[in-house]
Design a protein around this ligand. Structure first.
Ligand code: SAM
Length: 799
């Protein structure tokens, strides 16, 4: 479409929202300048950027007016004789306070630099995406998301633990045939009671220990040598998932003990001074949290001269109240949420942000000895006899405990053994401990492994040379697009991450016209006064109108049982083929020519409504679960069951919780068909139909009906595998920002409680009796309700 037509289309679209051409033109012009005429970014999501900019400019104008009034008033009062010129200048200066104002006023100085950080980032990143897309994706449109077969830069070298009579060496693959006696790295020694205590001593720099075998030994990033998670894997349990010890417990720099001591003493002096000064108030001060060595502290102080009636409350009570408040207000899933942890993390981030630049890599006291110790004695407080500052202590007691693993001066991680292994004795001498290491701050991680096979080695002191698999690990496949990192791990084969562009919002492809009929939203559908915690209101706000006057979510942000059951049964009934057939539905045809005949049928679906975009409450209303994005800690992993990559959760997720949205490119059915014709790749990511309520509009032509194609642009939901019938996720259409009947946000909610490390699955609704569908894949879902009878038969005959 020529730019002029695009202009007209944009102006027309804005007109439907009640914005005049006069108002829109300059804003559009400025946006085009800002986005370097990239219309795609402006048109995306029904001109969302443009609507935002208009709203911002309106808001700014109102603020300017207020400021001007205030100025005039105060200046009139204070400086009645001041020249007019100076006054108007002053008011302009004040009115420039908003960064968006700057972006929208032509010729305003440095308007680009003053963009709000998020917006500028979005503009740049989207721009990059589309540039990429132009270069390699669109011509011709061939899906490139087939599994990468080649080795990736992230594949790792294995490490081997060698035990000899006196010393044990930790060597990498390439060194295995070139034993180097000059630099013994790891000693496997016995200390104390020979049969019970065993200890690996590492002499030298711990960062070297971790980096051996990696591609980059000179980690220049100050935070580069922090282990980001520790993994304990039971080597006896072949197919069980590793027990991941998430990084979020503590990641405290080991970089410099000297520096640490220095800063500690400096801080101590400072806080001593503070203490002296505040002696009088000491009784009204409550320490909340601190970084592990006390460099940074958060405390609450009450000025007793202002509140004589105040007493220091119980900290636990305060935290409990805060947690309840936060859980309600911000829809945080209760699992693992703790105010105290947040406070501690604030301290640590404060410390890290303040010292990152001054930290120097690898500074250690010359005589420091690091050790990794493993003890079978749960009562031992000190661990191995020669415990020193840098050490890892693991207790292998008879009870499985969730006590922390300690690596002093390095990090402290909570041992989170998943509940399902709770009854099994975890024999740490049969475990391997893996530490992940951020190499140069890059998201690709290199992994080194120390195998503790002490039970084998104890009597014979034989040499253990075990070659471990090479792993592929990416710390965050979202590249910062989500609120928290989502890692990818392949412990099964050599495949690297499939090629695709990670998005956190669906994109609209050229012909897909996602109508945005805000005019249809009437005042009574909006709730302008709600703030934050709508879901716990006695009388639901207007946003609940579409769901029968009841919120679909509980106050904790979980889908209510009746809604959930309803959706699950709707999906099951689709599978039971209680569908109605229609002559005209175009959505599941294999070719646009084939317009007569019956389609496979559709159900008119229910949907959940969340707060509407542009409704007065869109930023404040608590009826927003899907819009708040992914909350659970998820991981992409290579499955063992011939399903390729899959998605799993790293923590328990309660029933009815939102997990993620199905994202991709919104395309018309016709476009999808054309793409599939060009697609030479045998693996296809499952496209979904978005027209949840198409029948209310009568016949939808292929060029109008909408689908979602996650082949090239997608989020983590592209990794969710199919499971027949009893999948733990159900897809639910959620109306987030548009009352348009043609387009819903397909969102995944849990059908039951999902335990940590379970794979997340949904039922694609494939009819395996249908030839076309069975071509998609042979099902390896493992469900006892599996509908792919051919595969089930085959696997039975193999047994
Ligand atoms: C949406 S993708 C899921 C991610 C995919 N496993 C991957 O590696 O990228 C759908 C594809 O995964 C595979 N798949 C999903 N569920 C499966 C199952 N139950 N059995 C076998 N293959 C499956 C099929 O190849 C299917 O085309």
């Amino acid at each position: 479409m020529p730019p002029k037509a695009k202009h007209t289309k944009a102006l027309k679209a804005m007109k439907t929202f009640g914005y005049t051409e006069k108002l829109v033109r300059p804003i559009l012009k400025e946006l085009l300048k800002l986005y370097e005429n990239n219309w795609m970014l402006i048109e995306e999501d029904n001109y969302r950027v443009l609507v935002d900019a208009i709203l911002d400019s309106e808001e700014q104008k109102a603020r300017n007016k207020e400021l001007e009034c205030l100025n005039t008033l105060s200046e009139d009062e204070a400086e009645d004789d001041e020249p007019l010129l100076k006054r108007s200048k002053l008011s302009i200066q004040k009115s420039k306070s908003s960064p968006l104002f700057e972006a929208l006023i032509p010729n305003s100085s440095n308007n680009m630099e003053k963009q709000p950080h998020g917006k500028q980032k979005m503009a740049e990143s989207n721009y990059e995406k589309y540039q990429d897309e132009d270069n390699e994706l669109r011509a011709p449109y061939v899906a490139k998301s087939c599994h990468g077969k080649g080795k990736t830069s992230g594949s790792l070298q294995s490490l081997i633990v060698v035990e000899q009579v006196k010393e044990t060496q930790l060597i990498s693959d390439d060194e295995s045939d070139q034993f180097n006696p000059v630099a013994p790295l790891v000693h496997l020694e016995k200390s104390g009671d020979e049969s019970e205590k065993r200890m690996i001593t590492y002499e030298g720099d711990p960062s070297q220990l971790l980096l051996r075998g990696s591609s980059n030994e000179n980690c220049s990033n100050a935070r580069g040598n922090h282990s980001t998670f520790t993994e304990v894997t039971d080597m006896d349990a072949e197919n069980t998932s590793p027990y991941l010890l998430p990084k979020d417990a503590h990641t405290v720099g080991n970089s410099s003990v000297l520096e640490g001591q220095h800063s500690e003493s400096m801080n101590y002096k400072q806080s001593e001074a503070d203490n002296n000064e505040n002696d009088a108030q000491d009784s009204l001060k409550l320490d909340i949290a601190s970084s592990p060595r006390g460099e940074v502290k958060i405390c609450l102080m009450v000025n007793s001269s202002l509140r004589s009636d105040f007493h220091i409350p119980n900290l636990e009570e305060v935290l409990k109240q805060m947690e309840e408040q936060c859980l309600k207000s911000y829809m945080i899933p209760p699992t693992g949420f703790s105010m105290l942890r947040i406070m501690k993390e604030v301290c640590e981030c404060f410390l890290a942000a303040g010292t990152a630049s001054s930290q120097t890599e690898g500074i250690r006291p010359a005589n420091a000895v690091s050790s990794l110790g493993i003890s079978n004695d749960p009562d031992s407080e000190t661990g191995p006899a020669e415990a020193t500052d840098n050490q890892l202590i693991l207790y292998n007691g008879s009870n499985i405990s969730n006590d922390p693993i300690r690596i002093q001066n390095r990090f402290e991680v909570s041992l989170q053994i998943p509940r399902f292994v709770g009854s099994v004795q975890l024999d740490l001498s049969r475990c391997r401990i893996s530490m992940n290491l951020n190499v140069n701050g890059s998201s690709e991680m290199e992994r080194n492994i120390i195998e503790l096979q002490s039970s084998v080695a104890s009597s014979s002191r034989m040499m253990i040379v075990q070659k471990l698999h090479s792993y592929h690990f990416i710390e965050d496949i979202t590249r910062g697009e989500e609120a928290h990192e989502i890692s990818l791990i392949n412990e099964v084969n050599e495949d690297g991450c499939p090629k695709f562009h990670y998005i956190s919002k669906s994109l609209t492809y050229q012909n897909a016209y996602v109508r945005f009929l805000l005019a249809r939203i009437s005042e009574e559908n909006c709730c302008s006064d709600c703030f934050g915690d709508c879901l716990s209101l006695q009388i639901p706000c207007n946003c609940a109108g579409e769901t029968g006057g009841e919120f679909a979510y509980s106050p904790e942000g979980l889908l209510k049982e009746n809604f959930l059951d309803n959706f699950i049964s709707v999906n099951h009934s689709v599978l039971h083929r209680s569908l109605f057939y229609c002559q005209d539905c175009p959505l599941e045809r294999s070719s646009p020519e084939n317009l007569s005949g019956k389609c496979k049928g559709h159900v008119v679906r229910n949907f959940i409504k969340e707060c509407w975009y542009k409704c007065g409450c869109s930023m404040k209303c608590g009826n927003r679960v899907v819009q708040q994005g992914i909350k659970a800690k998820l991981q992409v992993f290579m499955t063992h069951e011939q399903k390729g990559w899959g998605l799993r959760t790293l923590e328990d997720i309660p029933k009815g919780a939102f997990v993620c949205e199905y994202l991709g490119e919104v395309v018309t059915t016709r476009e999808l068909f054309e793409r599939s014709m060009q697609n030479t790749c045998d693996k296809q990511i499952h496209p979904v139909v978005l027209d949840a309520n198409w029948s209310s509009e009568g016949v939808l032509k292929d060029e109008k009906a909408l689908c979602l194609d996650p082949t090239v642009y997608a989020n983590i939901s592209r990794f969710i595998n199919h499971r027949c019938f009893d999948a733990n996720l159900v897809e639910i259409p959620v109306e987030v920002e548009t009352p348009d009947r043609h387009y819903y946000h397909v969102s995944f909610f849990t059908t039951r409680k999902v335990y940590a490390f379970e794979e997340l699955t949904w039922d694609y609704g494939i009819d395996f009796d249908d030839y076309q569908s069975t071509k998609a894949f042979q099902c390896h879902c493992g469900s006892k309700f599996c509908r792919d009878h051919k595969t089930v038969k085959r696997s039975r005959s193999h047994v």
